[in-house]
Design a protein around this ligand. Structure first.
Ligand code: GLY
Length: 385
């Protein structure tokens, strides 16, 4: 055990202690964020709201199950398997509702159904994951070689839109190809990843958030601002999705271009990350007000740790691992709440730069924090690969 893994192992003891009681409290919830009393909300309660991609279809609804599978993989305590399966079954109506499902089914079903199948062989979970993969593959636009983001939005034609987050979702397609021994899904995944690499990644290694293509000719038309500070800026969580997503795409496909792309984004992030390892909501945001995104921090850290094992450049490998560790250490030392005052662990998240509320908790920040700790102890279940 090296010093990183010794430290991470001690941190994981605190995580497991907390998840033990939080999981008891949240057996029948699909948690996203906590309220002013530190209690998790329940996305299953919001199913009848106007936005049908909210509620049961909300894109983060696989992450609580994902946390439970990470802990189960470590402890083999059956209660986590049981709780995770309740989560998975709660998502079943999404397939019947159909209309609200979107490009983020990889986020929803890789850490839940696919993880269940891969860890336990549960055949029902395999079916759910393959069903979700088929829906994702159905969103592919052949003319532009991209997977369409979102569904029809009022007053906004999104038929030609793709977003950087989607590079993470294609792990589900690689999984489906491995499972069915049919390359169709992987063909779509690599076509999409290649489009993202050429149409999103800028000269300096940063990534756009949204790119619009002509949905008929496939021509790249323009980029749009998304959850970041402004059009053309570098929304940090988006940089994390790109860095970690291209690393996964490389591991899943062995296509070198994706490793080069992951390194290009990682090198950009390394130049931007401040000495104190606190990650802003956008790398290009003004000094004041300072909005932080601990969630983006955990995604970037996980990607850097994973990439350090893939790069063939020894100096880069050391730099990626060291920076990933520093970021996670910062979260653990000053942004992690192991008390009983709040059900979530990671504090100081921003869903978007222009959100009314900052310094929130978000279930996927906890997921990526815990996942990164397991990477440091070399006991991670590779959810995305
Ligand atoms: N996938 C949306 C986000 O990162 O907020």
């Amino acid at each position: 055990m090296n010093s990183y893994s010794r430290w991470a192992s001690e941190e994981l003891d605190k995580v497991k202690k907390k998840i033990e009681w939080v999981s008891e409290n949240n057996k029948y919830k699909l948690p996203y964020t906590t309220d002013e009393n530190g209690i998790y909300d329940n996305k299953a309660d919001k199913n009848k709201e106007f936005r049908i991609d909210d509620g049961l279809n909300w894109w983060t609804n696989g992450f609580w199950a994902g946390i439970l599978w990470l802990i189960y993989n470590d402890t083999k305590d059956k209660k986590y398997l049981d709780y995770a399966r309740i989560q998975e079954e709660m998502l079943d109506p999404c397939f019947d509702i159909y209309y609200g499902l979107h490009h983020d089914v990889g986020f929803m079903f890789m850490p839940s159904a696919a993880a269940d199948y891969r860890l336990t062989g549960n055949i029902e979970s395999r079916k759910r994951a393959l069903h979700a993969a088929s829906l994702l593959a159905g969103r592919f636009n052949e003319a532009g070689g991209y997977i369409r983001a979102w569904n029809d939005l009022e007053g906004c034609d999104t038929r030609g839109w793709a977003i950087i987050d989607s590079i993470f979702n294609i792990s589900l397609l690689f999984f489906a190809s491995r499972e069915t021994n049919d390359p169709r899904f992987a063909h779509i995944a690599t076509a999409h990843a290649s489009t993202i690499a050429s149409a999103f990644i800028r000269q300096d290694g940063s990534s756009c958030h949204i790119v619009e293509f002509d949905p008929f000719s496939g021509e790249r038309l323009r980029s749009h601002a998304g959850q970041g500070y402004k059009h053309g800026s570098a929304w940090t969580r988006g940089q994390g999705w790109a860095l970690y997503g291209f690393t996964n795409a490389y591991v899943n496909s062995k296509i070198e271009k994706y490793l080069d792309t992951a390194e290009k984004v990682a090198d950009y992030c390394l130049l931007k990350i401040a000495d104190d390892a606190v990650i802003p909501a956008d790398f290009d945001q003004p000094k004041e007000p300072f909005y932080e995104d601990s969630c983006g921090a955990c995604v970037i850290a996980g990607g850097l740790i994973e990439l350090s094992a893939c790069t063939k450049n020894r100096d880069k490998s050391i730099a990626y691992l060291d920076t990933g560790y520093r970021i996670i250490r910062k979260i653990a030392d000053s942004r992690a709440d192991y008390s009983s005052a709040c059900e979530a662990i990671v504090k100081n998240c921003s869903a978007a730069y222009y959100c009314q509320k900052h310094n929130e908790s978000m279930v996927y920040a906890d997921y990526f924090y815990i996942e990164a700790l397991y990477k440091l102890v070399n006991n991670d279940f590779k959810t995305w690969q």
